[in-house]
Write a protein that binds this ligand. Structure first.
Ligand SMILES: [Zn+2]
Length: 114
Protein backbone atom coordinates (compact mmCIF):
# COMPACT_ATOMS: atom_id res chain seq x y z
CA UNK A 1 0.00 0.00 0.00
CA UNK A 2 1.34 3.45 -0.84
CA UNK A 3 1.62 5.40 2.39
CA UNK A 4 -0.29 8.34 0.93
CA UNK A 5 -3.36 6.15 0.44
CA UNK A 6 -3.64 5.09 4.08
CA UNK A 7 -6.83 6.25 5.81
CA UNK A 8 -6.80 4.19 9.04
CA UNK A 9 -5.83 5.46 12.48
CA UNK A 10 -2.58 3.55 13.12
CA UNK A 11 -0.20 4.30 10.25
CA UNK A 12 2.73 2.97 12.30
CA UNK A 13 1.50 -0.57 13.01
CA UNK A 14 -0.37 -0.89 9.71
CA UNK A 15 2.13 0.61 7.28
CA UNK A 16 5.46 1.92 8.56
CA UNK A 17 6.41 -0.84 11.03
CA UNK A 18 4.76 -3.54 8.92
CA UNK A 19 7.23 -2.84 6.12
CA UNK A 20 10.06 -0.50 7.11
CA UNK A 21 12.03 -1.30 3.91
CA UNK A 22 10.62 1.74 2.10
CA UNK A 23 11.44 4.13 4.96
CA UNK A 24 14.40 6.49 5.17
CA UNK A 25 15.54 5.11 8.53
CA UNK A 26 17.65 7.27 10.85
CA UNK A 27 17.93 4.82 13.75
CA UNK A 28 16.80 1.21 14.06
CA UNK A 29 16.95 0.16 17.70
CA UNK A 30 15.74 -2.82 19.72
CA UNK A 31 12.34 -1.32 20.51
CA UNK A 32 12.35 2.02 18.70
CA UNK A 33 12.52 3.11 15.06
CA UNK A 34 13.30 6.63 13.83
CA UNK A 35 12.85 7.63 10.19
CA UNK A 36 12.25 10.65 8.00
CA UNK A 37 8.52 11.38 7.88
CA UNK A 38 6.91 10.11 4.68
CA UNK A 39 4.82 13.29 4.44
CA UNK A 40 6.95 15.90 6.24
CA UNK A 41 5.26 18.92 7.80
CA UNK A 42 8.55 20.68 8.50
CA UNK A 43 11.56 20.89 6.11
CA UNK A 44 13.48 18.45 8.33
CA UNK A 45 11.08 16.02 9.99
CA UNK A 46 11.90 12.75 11.73
CA UNK A 47 9.42 10.60 13.65
CA UNK A 48 10.49 8.36 16.52
CA UNK A 49 8.14 5.43 17.21
CA UNK A 50 8.12 2.47 19.58
CA UNK A 51 7.93 -0.83 17.67
CA UNK A 52 5.35 -2.18 20.11
CA UNK A 53 1.91 -0.63 20.06
CA UNK A 54 1.51 2.16 22.61
CA UNK A 55 -1.51 4.39 21.92
CA UNK A 56 -0.02 7.68 23.16
CA UNK A 57 2.41 9.22 25.62
CA UNK A 58 -0.30 9.42 28.29
CA UNK A 59 -0.90 5.66 27.93
CA UNK A 60 2.66 4.77 28.92
CA UNK A 61 2.92 2.88 32.20
CA UNK A 62 5.69 1.45 34.35
CA UNK A 63 5.53 -1.69 32.21
CA UNK A 64 6.78 0.39 29.27
CA UNK A 65 9.84 1.60 31.17
CA UNK A 66 12.38 -0.04 28.82
CA UNK A 67 10.60 1.27 25.74
CA UNK A 68 10.31 4.75 27.24
CA UNK A 69 13.97 4.81 28.17
CA UNK A 70 15.01 3.80 24.64
CA UNK A 71 12.48 6.18 23.08
CA UNK A 72 13.84 9.17 24.98
CA UNK A 73 17.39 8.12 24.19
CA UNK A 74 16.65 7.98 20.45
CA UNK A 75 14.75 11.28 20.59
CA UNK A 76 17.81 12.84 22.24
CA UNK A 77 20.17 11.30 19.65
CA UNK A 78 18.11 12.53 16.70
CA UNK A 79 17.45 15.95 18.24
CA UNK A 80 21.10 16.48 19.12
CA UNK A 81 22.19 15.67 15.57
CA UNK A 82 19.50 17.94 14.12
CA UNK A 83 20.43 20.78 16.47
CA UNK A 84 24.09 20.41 15.45
CA UNK A 85 23.25 20.39 11.74
CA UNK A 86 20.51 23.00 11.63
CA UNK A 87 20.97 25.08 14.77
CA UNK A 88 17.53 24.37 16.17
CA UNK A 89 15.01 21.59 16.56
CA UNK A 90 11.62 20.99 18.12
CA UNK A 91 10.48 17.83 19.90
CA UNK A 92 6.79 17.23 20.24
CA UNK A 93 4.12 14.59 20.60
CA UNK A 94 0.41 15.11 20.08
CA UNK A 95 -2.55 13.93 22.15
CA UNK A 96 -6.29 13.62 21.69
CA UNK A 97 -7.62 15.35 18.60
CA UNK A 98 -4.12 16.69 17.83
CA UNK A 99 -2.89 13.11 17.41
CA UNK A 100 -3.59 11.88 13.87
CA UNK A 101 -2.22 8.35 14.23
CA UNK A 102 -3.20 6.55 17.44
CA UNK A 103 0.25 5.07 17.99
CA UNK A 104 2.71 7.00 20.11
CA UNK A 105 5.15 8.94 17.95
CA UNK A 106 7.50 11.80 18.71
CA UNK A 107 8.22 14.42 16.06
CA UNK A 108 11.75 15.81 15.92
CA UNK A 109 11.79 18.62 13.39
CA UNK A 110 13.63 21.70 12.22
CA UNK A 111 12.71 24.60 9.96
CA UNK A 112 9.50 26.54 9.50
CA UNK A 113 6.23 25.14 8.17
CA UNK A 114 4.92 27.24 5.25
ZN1 LIG B 1 0.21 0.80 16.69
Amino acid sequence: MASGDYSGDDFYCDVALADPSSLDVVHDGVAVLAYHHTRPYWPVHVVVVPKVHVPSSTDLTGADEDVLRELLGVVQLVARQMELEHGEARVLTNLGRYQDSKHLHVHVASGEHH
